[in-house]
Design a protein around this ligand. Sequence first.
Ligand code: ADP
Ligand code: MG
Length: 327
Amino acid sequence: MKIKQLPENVINKIAAGEVIERPANVLKELIENSLDAGANKIEVFIEKGGKRLIKVKDNGTGIEPDDIPKAVKRFTTSKIFSEDDLFNLETYGFRGEALASISAVSKFKLISRTLGNPVGYELYIEGGNIKHFKETGCGIGTSVIVEDLFFNIPARQKFLKSDRTELIHILDVFSKYAFLHTDKYLSITVDGKQLYNFYPSTLKDRVLNIIGKENEKDLIEIEYEGNIGTIKGLISTSSYITKKKYIFINGRPVRNWLIQNTIKSIIGDNFYILFFQFPSYFVDFNVHPAKEEVKFVKESSVVSLIKGALNENLNKFKSISYQFKKE
Ligand code: ADP
Ligand code: MG
């Protein structure tokens, strides 16, 4: 038996399994790319829970014509250049595999134009095979249109949940980036109907828009500086109907049981949205392709930071509410 290198489109199809499990993962990668490109206006369009269509249009820098075909190749990135950069990440992307993976498992169109070009270019790829690359009229920025996700992997397509469930995951991703980037315009249109249309606003405004305005009275603002890092955000003093909680570290949405459990041990099942900031040496994001899992240099420092922030602020709040009751 001879050993052979697999063709690139087969490699991409295999790798797509790691990065892209469902439509929400596609949306995450596309929004992150738009943010990395400096966009301050991001419009999302979804059809049938993202199974039929996921489209993200931005007003970022755009991609130079000769870079467009490179952008969809594996391990090609404009964001990091050396190993050192891995420990000082300033962009969401750095692995250079999202577009390669997505275009291997969908009908994929990328339309982009940079400031210096009078026209834009459109690249169309079906299941990893380039079908056309041509000039097109468009504004400055990039649109990525992903249709019929997993059309060429029926086994995966079958594992997608109902449109409704996939949409819940999509809205979760959209909300997280809307919370992270309150200074930017973000909108999402689902099956022709615009669900959210966020103009620059405060975090509290955006959060209440999503979790319901009736929750306003229970929210308190947190701002705390500890030895190893800082925490900012909002926590609720009562348990909401929404069971959602949001954790962000250094500007990325993450899942982390250590943080979750520590918070839970102090405030129970209440709502919170917290933004942690640590020095870059202290957190490793390169644990999983989706970068949603992190490793800390010292877990006990994270626990003390949370305890410090919550205890200090909860005490403050209790005394205020106590005064109100007396009046
Ligand atoms: P990564 O984000 O890890 O670099 P991607 O596969 O997501 O890898 O994207 C590959 C490259 O394509 C990026 O490094 C960037 O140069 C370019 N790119 C992708 N999306 C956009 C966008 N919306 N605007 C400008 N450039 C983009
Ligand atoms: Mg990317």
